[in-house]
Design a protein around this ligand. Structure first.
Ligand code: SAJ
Length: 420
């Protein structure tokens, strides 16, 4: 069996590599020539633990190669981005172009699986795009039990940083357009999935993935709202959550500077945009989490004002800030949709004094960030700054041992050094 994976990013590349590690012929397709060349050299263009070894072995042993032009295969997995547009409406243009790109090489009995997180109805839409792009076909349209190809939605649910383990161990939701489609997709995933492959419809599978991430978003919003309530009431939210979580049926998540990454901050909008009247809690949770960076920035401004009152000899442009952490979550180098980066950048842009950034997981700042921030080593930044702003609970920071009795003012959005 030959498997084609379209989109060689954070999900497509590990998936391609895992199929190849099970000695399947895999061809990866991506529009990014640079990524294609990197993979064909046996190297990787993204950061994910152990992925470099698996890709290197797969390419060297001849099971994996990459190309920019789709070619015939038995199964096609589409793992392209599904971002949202300015108005929070899903942008399916990458799925549309991937469908059109593979349509010309599709043959009877091929399996096409959409892995990208998608709004409800996207798999049916993909089937229509495939059918439209194959007008000369003598077989019936691409959907339905009599169609010549099988179509399914099988969303990925892996946690960045643990992708290779979770790809294999997690249960997999298999949403076929028909029962035959589900059966075909299930037998493909059984090549490497050790969890259970659970079959359902394409629409339920789409909603399932959105539900998982919305569940987490709503729960994080609850924690973030609590942190703002506790701040008003002068209660330590970290202590409060620990105490409440001693109840056998309470399990509150951790507050932070906001919710980042390319999934949890995006996917709930796919539910809201389809059902705006009904998705009230889901929308509010998004709004609560999105408002948290602004709240942290206000907090910093208040602390700066207090510092100037206590130190009248200092001008505001002589006050130094240091932001600890830029990534969207602990112990990763991923800056996508990061609330910590947003906060640091805004402080760098708006604050008249120097603003340092400490990010142990990246070596140099992206161009736009380096205009406003300068990267410093953690202990140096602690020494140099008047006000410390802890934004990400990286392991390096937990073990840093900041002197809590020092004169330094501290804003701790993750509660690892001191309460906010
Ligand atoms: N966060 C908090 N408090 C918490 C937990 C997380 O503020 O208690 C923040 C993080 O700092 C981060 C954001 O939420 O900014 C999201 O981080 P995450 O670790 O919860 O999730 P992701 O985005 O890395 O991965 C999620 C996972 N989904 C769920 O856990 C339901 C993963 O399984 C999905 O595959 C992934 O989204 C995806 O691709 O959709």
């Amino acid at each position: 069996k030959k498997i084609s994976v379209v989109g060689l990013g954070y999900i497509g590349l590990p998936t391609a590599a895992v199929f190849a590690s099970r000695k399947k012929q895999v061809v990866g397709v991506d529009v990014n020539e640079c990524a294609v060349e990197t993979i064909n050299r046996g190297e990787i263009h993204i950061v994910e633990p152990d992925l470099d070894m698996v890709v290197h072995a797969a390419v060297t042993e001849g099971y994996l190669r990459a190309t920019t032009i789709p070619e015939p295969a038995d199964a096609f997995l589409i793992a392209v981005p599904t971002p949202f547009k300015g108005n929070h409406e899903p942008d399916l243009s990458y799925i549309e172009s991937a469908s059109k790109a593979i349509a010309s090489v599709l043959k009877k009995d091929n399996l096409v699986i959409l892995e990208s997180t998608s709004p409800v109805g996207a798999t049916e839409q993909m089937a229509d795009w495939l059918a439209e792009a194959r007008p000369d076909l003598s077989f019936p349209q691409s959907c339905g039990e009599d169609s010549d190809i099988r179509i399914a939605h099988c969303p990925e649910r892996v946690l960045p940083g643990h992708v290779l383990r979770e790809l294999v161990q997690n249960d997999r939701v298999i949403g076929g357009m028909t029962a035959k489609c589900s059966a075909a997709a299930s037998s493909l995933y059984e090549i490497f999935v050790e969890g259970e492959c659970v079959m359902t419809t394409a629409r339920t599978a789409e909603m399932c993935k959105l539900t998982e991430n919305s569940f987490r978003d709503v729960n994080i919003a609850f924690a973030n709202e609590l942190s703002m309530i506790c701040d008003k009431l002068d209660i330590n939210v970290w202590e409060l959550i620990k105490l409440a979580n001693r109840h056998p049926r309470v399990d509150i998540l951790q507050p932070g500077p906001g919710v980042g990454g390319h999934c949890i901050a995006v996917d709930p909008w796919f539910i809201v945009s389809k059902t705006p009247q009904q998705a009230r809690l889901i929308r509010t949770a998004r709004e609560v989490n999105d408002s948290k960076p602004e709240w942290v920035i206000k907090k910093v401004k208040n602390v700066v004002a207090d510092f100037l009152l206590a130190n009248p000899e200092r001008a505001v442009n002589e006050v130094t800030l240091a932001c600890f952490g830029l990534a969207f979550k602990p112990d990763v180098d991923d800056l996508r949709e990061s609330p910590a980066l947003e906060i640091a950048l805004r402080l760098g842009r708006e604050f008249p004094g120097p603003v340092f950034a400490v990010e142990p997981n990246i070596e140099s700042l992206p161009e736009v960030a380096s205009e406003f921030l300068s990267l410093k080593e953690a202990t140096q930044a602690v020494k140099a700054a008047d006000i410390l702003i802890l934004l990400v609970d990286h392991s390096e920071f937990k073990s840093l041992g900041v002197d809590f009795n020092s004169e330094k003012l501290l804003i701790d959005a993750k509660g690892i050094w001191r309460k906010l």
